[in-house]
Design a protein. Structure first.
Length: 220
């Protein structure tokens, strides 16, 4: 039985070493991003500063983009924890529309703050991920605020596309973007108008909705 016991213990040791190496690499990568900027972090540089072989870095992250994807994923988990357990209106306890507005504003601020990581995590050799961490949450809030219009899920998909996709594209040229604080305020104000108008229209009974007025006739 001794050989069996030894063979079972070894994989656990390897997994523990792998976990420690990954945590160490992420911590060093985070320091390098803060010091040098994401565009100047390389797999060779990370391996050298971490005191590990480049093969170890490759096994943990596969590509340079994988390093930033792992860092961005950690920030994403912290953000989602705030959404699920934080105080209202971002967290539970506020009306659905207030939570939707607060979520969009917080999400936009998150994307602006971590735009460099988000851009660096995109692997040009791979398709852009189609799943959004915002979709389920936005769908849940819309189902409460305007259940009829939210039923198909299309409205949530369209709102999330307006919230996340274009924002990352807009932030692709950091030198051309305005002050981050002003940018967050402007984007957040636009999101609030969009969210409040969509939910107000969807929550109103059909008989009470005012039809769009036709444009005035043009003079010949």
């Amino acid at each position: 039985m001794e050989p069996v016991a030894l063979s079972l213990a070894r994989p656990r040791e390897v997994r523990a070493d792998a976990a420690r190496n990954r945590a160490h690499l992420l911590e060093v990568a985070r320091e390098m991003v803060a010091e040098l900027g994401a565009c100047n972090v390389t797999m060779d540089g990370l391996a050298e500063r971490a005191g590990l072989g480049k093969g170890t870095v490759f096994r943990r992250f596969r590509t340079r983009a994988g390093i930033f994807l792992a860092l961005f994923d950690e920030e994403e988990k912290r953000f989602q924890h705030r959404v699920m357990t934080g105080p209202p209106p971002l967290g539970p306890g506020a009306p659905a529309v207030e939570r939707l507005v607060a979520y969009g504003r917080a999400r936009l601020e998150f994307l602006v703050q971590h735009a460099a990581l988000a851009r660096a995590s995109l692997d040009t050799a791979q398709p852009i991920p189609s799943e959004s961490p915002s979709l389920f949450h936005v769908q849940m809030l819309l189902a409460e605020a305007c259940p009829v219009d939210a039923r198909s899920g299309i409205l949530a998909l369209q709102l999330v596309a307006a919230l996340e996709g274009p924002i990352l594209l807009y932030l692709q040229a950091p030198d051309d973007t305005p002050d981050p604080t002003r940018l967050v305020h402007t984007l957040g104000a636009g999101w609030q108008v969009l969210a409040e108008r969509v939910t107000a229209a969807g929550a109103a009974p059909p008989a009470r909705r005012r039809p769009c007025r036709p444009p005035p006739p043009t003079s010949a």
